[in-house]
Design a protein around this ligand. Structure first.
Ligand SMILES: [Mg+2]
Length: 365
């Protein structure tokens, strides 16, 4: 039965700062906590849940700039609301914090729509697959070799992961030893490396060659992801089986299109918590499909699961240590890793996640 518009009655947003379980670092950054921003949008007596891993600056941005234009809109008019949000941040810069704020609201709107319809979001998007392969992602440069082996060994031997990814680049003199330790711990599973833009082109090439020697299949951001020419050079020069990947700082379709047009990567990454939500992720997925090019989802596996089931050329989603820990701690319904894949629960409405407000209160920012 057709239904009338369902006006949005409430938009809520809060930030939480969750300490990591150990000091963490990659090739260019170190951190000891993760900021989670949770947005809730209510219409028709139903609440949709969205979130992003970003800055606490997302909270006042949503409250002052986005919530007023989302309020009273029809909950089913997601493209109209999305366009209005993007237009609303034009003068402050639509990328970075603003795109993450839009992402949190957009995810909440999609969850809300599926819940209003009483179906799972995975079914609402439409399923190209009913489960999604993950790659275990951690191996921080702050880890001892023992911790690195333990983390990777457990993903591969206990959880059936076929791929694992480690960070390199903060102390390149140690990386060969660390990569060899990882290689040894994972047996026949595939090794991936991520330099987070730490290298210049020549050192990137050296590590691509070392990677090929150790059977590395994926080299992420060997140079800055803004250096499209450098990525392209490394893509051309990296010996097989090394593929070049980037895209985690993509906040809009133009970014992904530029990266693809430059021939900069073999696999493009997209992050729905940054690229303006599920709506932006689906746009990136359509571009990758047309290229054609494989797509990999960056972090936040619980949030990405429904849209990863829909994306045509999806290869995998990143089972990122910090986010997995937070999603399992604070969200009921977070997916469980079995045989290296995660699977949506189609009996649950929306994305199937419920935020545990009381448990999160201790982390409120
Ligand atoms: Mg990365």
């Amino acid at each position: 039965m057709p239904r009338a518009e369902v006006p949005i009655k409430e938009v809520k947003v809060r930030a939480y700062r969750i300490p990591t379980d150990a000091p963490e670092a990659d090739g260019t950054f170190a951190w000891e906590r993760t900021t989670l921003v949770v947005a809730e949008v209510t219409a028709g007596g139903v609440t949709g849940l969205g979130y992003t891993y970003s800055s606490i600056a997302v909270v006042p941005l949503i409250a002052s700039t986005l919530a007023p234009i989302v309020m009273h809109e029809d909950a089913f008019a997601i493209p109209r609301i999305w366009n209005a949000m993007v237009a609303q941040v034009r003068n402050i810069g639509s990328r970075g914090v603003a795109a993450s704020a839009i992402a949190a609201i957009d995810v909440a709107l999609w969850d809300l729509k599926a819940r209003l319809l009483g179906i799972s979001l995975t079914q609402l998007f439409g399923m190209a697959r009913d489960s999604v392969p993950v790659y275990g992602s951690g191996g921080f440069t702050t880890y001892s070799d023992e911790r690195l082996r333990e983390q990777f060994g457990s993903w591969v031997h206990e959880n059936g992961c076929r791929f694992v990814k480690m960070k390199i680049g903060s102390n390149p003199g140690e990386d060969r030893r660390r990569m060899e330790a990882a290689r040894e711990a994972i047996g026949a599973a595939a090794l991936m490396i991520d330099a987070n833009g730490a290298f210049d082109r020549k050192d990137g090439l050296l590590f691509a060659e070392l990677g090929a020697e150790l059977g590395v299949i994926w080299f992420e951001e060997p140079v800055s992801s803004d250096d499209l020419e450098g990525l392209r050079l490394l893509r051309d020069r990296a010996p097989p089986p090394v593929e070049i990947a980037a895209g985690e700082y993509g906040y809009d379709s133009f970014y992904f299109k530029r990266m693809m047009d430059a021939g900069a990567v073999d696999v493009v990454q997209a992050d729905a918590t940054r690229c303006c939500g599920y709506t932006g992720f689906l746009k990136a997925a359509a571009l990758a499909d047309a290229q054609p090019m494989a797509l990999s989802a960056h972090t936040a596996p619980a949030l990405h699961l429904p849209v990863c089931c829909a994306a045509p050329r999806l290869r995998h989603v990143e089972w990122f240590h910090d986010h997995v820990r937070i999603e399992q701690m604070l969200f009921d319904g977070a997916p469980v890793l079995r045989n290296g894949t995660i699977r949506p629960d189609l009996s649950q409405p929306g994305h199937g996640l419920t935020f545990r407000h009381a448990d999160a209160e201790q982390f409120a920012a």
